[in-house]
Design a protein around this ligand. Sequence first.
Ligand code: BGC
Length: 994
Amino acid sequence: MNMNPSKYILTLLGVFLATVCTAELSVKNLRCEYLVNPLGLDAASPRLSWIVTADRRAEKQTAYRILVASTPELLKAGTGDLWDSGKVAAEETAQIEYAGKPLVSRERCFWKVQAWDRDGEAGDWSDAATWEMGFLAPTDWTAQWISSTGPDRAGGALTIRRAVYGAAADYQTADVTTLLTGKIVGNHLKIVANDDSLGVNPAGRLAKQLRVEYELGGQSFVKVVDENQTLELPGSEPVPYLRKAFNVSSSVRSARLYVTALGLYELHLNGHRVGDHVLAPDWTDYRKRVRYQVYDVTSWLRGGANALGALVGDGWYSGHIGNGGFEYFGKTPALLAQLEITDADGHVETIVTDDSWKWHASPIGASDFMLGEDYDARQEIKGWDERKLDDGQWQPVTIRSESSRELDAQVMEPVREVAELKPVKITEPQPGHWVYDMGQNMVGVVRLKVAAAAGTRITLRHAEMLNPDGTIYTTNLRGAPSVDHYVCRGGGTEIWQPRFTFHGFRYVEISGLTGKPKAGTVTGLVIGSDNLRTGTFACSDPRLNQLQSNIRWGQRGNYISVPTDCPQRDERLGWMGDAEVFIRTATYNADVASFFSKWLVDVDDGQTAEGSFSDVSPNTMGVNGVPAWGDAGVICPWTIYEVYGDKRILERHLPAMTRWVDYLEQHSDGLIRDRDRGNDYGDWLSIGADTPKDLIGTAFFAYSTHLLASSYRALGRTAEADKYDQLFERIKAAFDQRYLAADGRLTGNTQCDYAMALKFGLLPEAARAQAAQYLQADIEAKGGHLSTGFVGVSYLLPVLTQAGAEDTAYELLRQDTFPSWLFSVKHGATTIWERWDGWTPEKGFQDPGMNSFNHYSLGSCGEYLFGGIGGIRLASPGYQRIVISPVIHDGLDWAKASYNSIHGTIATDWKRQGDRVELTVVIPANTTATVCVPATDAAGVTESGRPASQAVGVKFLRAADGLAEFEVGSGTYKFAAESNRPARRSLLTKTGQP
Ligand code: BGC
């Protein structure tokens, strides 16, 4: 490039000036509704967020400007034709509502942000980001629900090939093929699957199934029904292939596919699988709502002939769901899809699901969450999802007239494959039955890679544990056999994985192969709602690191579309108590804001007209919510507000939260919850410590009321806040009068009693220290053991620490004899067990009727690993203000934790050597932290080698009760305390905020 010298100097000067004038902060991580460049939003004013980063200390944003444009070109040119916020003097970087021109369906928005630093210098514009609106009006949908089945479904001769009745997972079965064949009347079979009608009981009291392989009009099918269910053939077909070939008249500029199902779908376009969602759409209460997804499919479409194909499975809609639910929402799955293709001139062609689609049986003979999946590769139709296929033999689909329900955009990360595991060991405990150890209790499926003769039938059985003889232990799966079958097509290497099922397992047994399989025959595909990881934790005790790993794996495997209780047995429901006790821990491990934003709508959908939340959401049990379970409808929105500063979630749920608290008041006597407590689970799975259930009910009534008042206050609705604050005070008074004795003991006198009463702020000032002592004394009397179940366990460690009893907190955390967190770790657990004694050396397995080895609830101590040992705590919503106060104890030499908050990364790293403590702290830009260093005064503390009170950006606040407190802005700080570590103070001096 030629440039004259003066121009060159001017340019250089410009660059120089730009460099020196540019602010010290940069804008990054642009997100809309918590997602990166989302497609298909239906909020009229989507919320925007970003973070600012800076090298220098104490940096903050003093103003911002947002530009939103309708094209990338306009955005680049600095024109926000949709919205130009102008320079807004504000620190906020999150939850900023779009306030530009009203957005319309399908609108694509391009946006960027500029921020001004603490000196008022403008920074560079951020990189551009996008979002796109979905369908804002029901009339945007022109597609129709289609299904492969209907009243006029094609018939054909019915032949029973093989019928087996019994407990398949335990090989206790009887062949009933002849019996069933004899029962066919006029090409129709109807029979109840039980001992009486089948004349045999091959499996005692174990849960049984009837599994029938049959042919209908020459096509092979499989049908499985639970004991006492009715089998009817012809009934529903196996998973169908659906397809439509179509022409696109001109070149394609862009194309979007809007799709959902009552059931599960996998979409294909011209031979490509669309998207990477697994088990889509996410589970909702289909009677009220279904979520649709949007995919950008521009690159796979072309002018001329194209083909769309879909597989549609039962999933939560019409398969087996928890606790005996079968065909709970409907009998057969259906698909709704709308492909919109825009050409170079802006003309739009639309292809929709309608009666022009065709269907054919696919190789998936059966697929079900609890039962597993059957696949016969010989039935594959090559090119089923491509344009060239001759589909003359395919059947027309049925149009399903569906009652009206909400069609909402799915604004959350979907379930995806998130990791692959290779087996660590292969054994052969029975001839021909090979057991692969995946080394980790995981959730997902196995990808099978085999080469075998056509017709070879391979069976995969899944289990969490082994029997003493090395065979797989499946009894705790109850009515979820979790068996996949694959029939080989022959002729070379075949690779297959189930699509519409998932299992919770560490061990896979493979049989049906001749000879020893290879290590590469089996790969574990781990699935989970793909919430971005936000937290890391490590410390000098490897057992606690394993505990943290177990907690994370538990969260990953049980956050499948909704927060579930367990992934392996015939349950897998959105148990609300489990969700509520674990949510705070979950927020440290992953960004769960959008996950809970979606699930809390399911929670509201399950609320009764009278105001009761349910026990599970989506509500498939139809019972009124139990104390601590129903309260999830209040605790979870509040937690999301606290962690992400999300006021909209409070606004959205306040009506339901209020109805719940009012319901509790109506179902109390004198504000004591002594009736109408539904199934009343108490402090579920506590050990020899029965906390009175009315006490738990009253305590949670108070807690929900307090959080409701706080929610109204957060939204500036003072009158309602005052009203519910007063109600809280009245419940507290009733609680104390009923349950608090003159000597300060609570009725029940359990650890759960005291932990709840302290956490929820239910005691008079004078009784708090005494309660903490009773709690501590009970733990000591039990030899340093806890006795709490799901309800009390998450409060124990924070409450003890708050009371200055950190020795006891550490003792509990590092205890490894039963009952304790490390008991299962000591015995090789790789996930959190449902019960403290799921397995013991003395007694072996607990009652198989309820014994999951992957339940996250008792892992709710994870909050303490980050907030207690790591010391990362929030002091204001969204971590705008932070407290760093690690619990440094002789039990550990070092610990480090990091957490990516909505304002950026917060990290701590401490080391202890004798009495010297070094604490490195990272605080994100635009936030302020109070850092608590164990020292008696400021003089004993240095920062980066200098006296801390003189260090740049560090302000000494006070020293009291063994902690020297400093205020810092953003940056990295290296504190060291040279003085003797004093005893920690008790923070129970004031009635604590719950
Ligand atoms: C589930 C729990 C749930 C409980 C209610 C169990 O079967 O697995 O985790 O909270 O029922 O007590």
